[in-house]
Write a new protein. Structure first.
Length: 195
């Protein structure tokens, strides 16, 4: 069975329609390849990530460490860095401003107080300029005789677990998909489709 000719369409019109469909298929292939590369690059160019913590994340300690130190997979900016340790009593147990050296950030701690979970919250600027925040924790098994700092406010512990700052990549992908879909529809439709 051959293709049925559409009344009112000449052979050149049918060829143009076939050419438009071929062009649309090529556009779709290019778009899908670009989308795959973009998504792959998003994973590859992830922001700074914690690769080590002292004391280790989730560990149990029987006395407060002298310092809490986080090591990242790349150098971090000293321009904006925040690191706090908040105890189970809701008080700050970090003792001063954090220091940044290359890919590490640390803060003095010393003697702790009540036994329980101590939350380590960090916010740093990645090498690419994006601010990222993480929370980690360790457990104090024996109560200490340290003196607590002031009550922590919400910003001292709300960094979120492995949250990234900045504009998310999908804010660009969704409009691109919508625009591409509209362009593909326009390319595939023929002048006679509106009749």
């Amino acid at each position: 069975m051959g293709r049925r000719a559409v009344p009112g369409r000449t052979a050149p019109e049918r060829r143009r329609r076939g050419t438009r469909r071929s062009a649309a298929a090529a556009m779709l292939a290019v778009f899908l390849a670009a989308a795959a590369a973009t998504l792959g690059a998003g994973v590859a160019s992830a922001h700074s990530a914690i690769i080590e913590m002292s004391p280790p994340d989730g560990s149990a300690v029987d006395a407060g460490p002298d310092r809490v130190t986080l090591t990242f997979n790349e150098a971090i900016s000293p321009d904006y860095a925040n690191l706090t340790v908040v105890g189970p009593d809701g008080n700050l147990w970090s003792r001063s401003e954090p220091t940044v050296s290359g890919n590490t950030i640390s803060v003095p701690v010393g003697a702790l107080g009540p036994a329980g979970t101590y939350t380590v919250a960090v916010k740093v600027t990645s090498a690419d300029g994006h601010v990222v925040g993480y929370t980690r924790s360790f457990e104090l098994t024996q109560p200490g005789d340290g003196t607590p700092g002031p009550k922590a406010d919400a910003s001292d512990t709300d960094e979120g677990s492995d949250s990234g700052g900045g504009v998310q990549w999908w804010w660009f992908v969704i409009p691109a998909v919508v625009l591409f879909g509209g362009g593909l529809w326009f390319a595939l439709r023929s002048p006679g489709d509106d009749d």
